[in-house]
Design a protein around this ligand. Structure first.
Ligand code: AMP
Length: 408
């Protein structure tokens, strides 16, 4: 089945056309600056190896979708002859609240529930709704399926998702841990289960999705037991610009000291903290790695090393605590931009973990860099298998969409 996977942001729209029978991506691209001056599309025809970037006015997501269809069916850059060759559309949706524990066919009733999730992720949800409406307008009648980042985490028990705040906050406002990156955790944990070669119910895996945004999950028996992100994607480990877990009392303290509003401190914790906050110069782990490689002569060396050491320390803590709640550990998986490419960080995290049964293979670890291959980076003697598994959220979205559409 040809599935068009759509990831709609407020002013952008990423897409991939995936054949779910062969798992081949035939085209992909991004529309940017939707609703603004200078909107453009960057489109790649993967099979022919063609690439184009062109200015194209797009006043809204419906315009963007019409342009995507135009490129997909173009005689030179296209890969299908007409829209009928697309069987369905699969949308990435960031927040499904407690309403959605799996992927679902878009209906009026589903859209009403999605509207209720707006409060949890206002910018993302509005963008998704625009993307869905854009598809309805550009491809009327085409089935649309919603795949939620929060869904995989819905298996957590109350002790993992309830915060020790007045209980009415949960009841009245839905304040609880939801977790994010669920589609990625689901994909890499399923791949890891296949590699472990034992019944899925017996597996105990920690999945580390470490990118610009990062989250870590404890996946026991194929189900999430706990995850590091919380009510919002701000919780958990240090990220590119997000602070991760901090003592919550710091928030009113700094607001008082600096005369900040809630919106301002929220902005600082989301956009000016993490790697950027510590180093003062960059949110990109590559810049930090470069400064560390230069050594103390680089003015950013110390802070970069500190920022990376903080992340290492926190990932270790999560792995240890998740091994404790699962009563064991079979495997640790690294994925996403940093997890798939940062050799040093992986080595730092996995060193001095022999007590837990983790023994890293330094040479194998070096090979897991800018590759789409699954790579084992632990020694054969390691009781815990450690793997780098490149994530593929789009494939999960396409497969879920195809499975739901097959039942119609
Ligand atoms: P993501 O959010 O998954 O795209 O990850 C972004 C982070 O991954 C950034 O901090 C990048 O520095 C890092 N990253 C992405 N690609 C590479 C690469 N090829 N080599 C090293 N780091 C990378």
């Amino acid at each position: 089945m040809n599935i068009l996977v759509v990831n709609a942001g407020s002013s952008s729209l990423k897409y991939q056309l995936i054949d779910t029978d062969t798992n081949v991506v035939s085209a992909k691209g991004i529309c940017e600056r939707i609703g603004m001056e200078g909107s453009l599309i960057e489109h790649k025809q993967i099979v022919k190896g063609l690439k184009t970037k062109e200015a194209s006015p797009m006043k809204d997501h419906a315009d963007a979708m019409k342009i995507v269809v135009k490129y997909l069916t173009d005689s030179e850059y296209g890969c299908i002859s007409d829209m009928n060759e697309i069987q369905a559309i699969g949308h990435r949706v960031v927040h499904g609240g407690s309403f959605f524990s799996g992927s679902i066919l878009m209906t009026e009733e589903v859209l009403e529930k999605l509207e209720l999730c707006r409060e949890f992720a206002p910018l993302h949800t509005v963008a998704h709704l625009m993307g869905i409406k854009g598809c309805l307008e550009a491809m009327p009648g085409k089935p649309q399926v919603l795949v939620f980042d929060t869904a995989f985490h819905q298996t957590m028990a109350p002790e993992a998702y309830i915060y020790a705040l007045p209980y009415e906050y949960y009841e009245k406002y839905g304040i609880r841990r939801y977790g994010m990156h669920g589609t990625s955790h689901r994909y890499v944990s399923a791949e890891m289960i296949k590699l472990l070669g034992k019944p899925a119910e017996e597996t105990k895996i920690v999945t580390c999705h470490i990118g610009n945004g990062s989250s870590i999950s404890a996946v026991k028996g194929g189900k999430v037991m706990d995850t590091s992100m919380g009510f919002t994607p701000l919780a958990g480990v240090e990220m590119g610009t997000r602070c991760g877990d901090i003592d919550p009392a710091i928030v009113p303290y700094i607001m008082d000291k600096k005369g900040l509003t809630g919106a301002q401190i929220n902005d600082i914790m989301n956009k000016k903290s993490g790697f950027l906050g510590i180093t003062g110069v960059s949110s990109d782990s590559r810049d930090l790695e470069d400064a560390i490689a230069d050594g103390p002569s680089n003015p950013n060396y110390e802070k970069s090393l500190l920022a990376v050491n903080i992340l290492k320390h926190q990932i270790k803590k999560y792995i240890g605590s998740y091994a404790a709640i699962m009563n064991g550990l079979d495997a640790v998986v690294f994925t996403a931009g940093i997890g798939e490419n940062n050799i040093n960080l992986r080595e730092m995290v996995c060193s001095d973990m022999e007590f837990l049964g983790i023994e890293i293979d330094a040479e194998a670890n070096k090979l897991a860099f800018r590759t789409s291959e699954i790579t084992k980076i632990s020694k054969d003697s390691s009781k815990v298998a450690v793997y780098v598994i490149p994530t593929n959220e789009e494939l999960v979205i396409a497969k879920d969409t195809a499975a739901i559409v097959a039942t119609l």
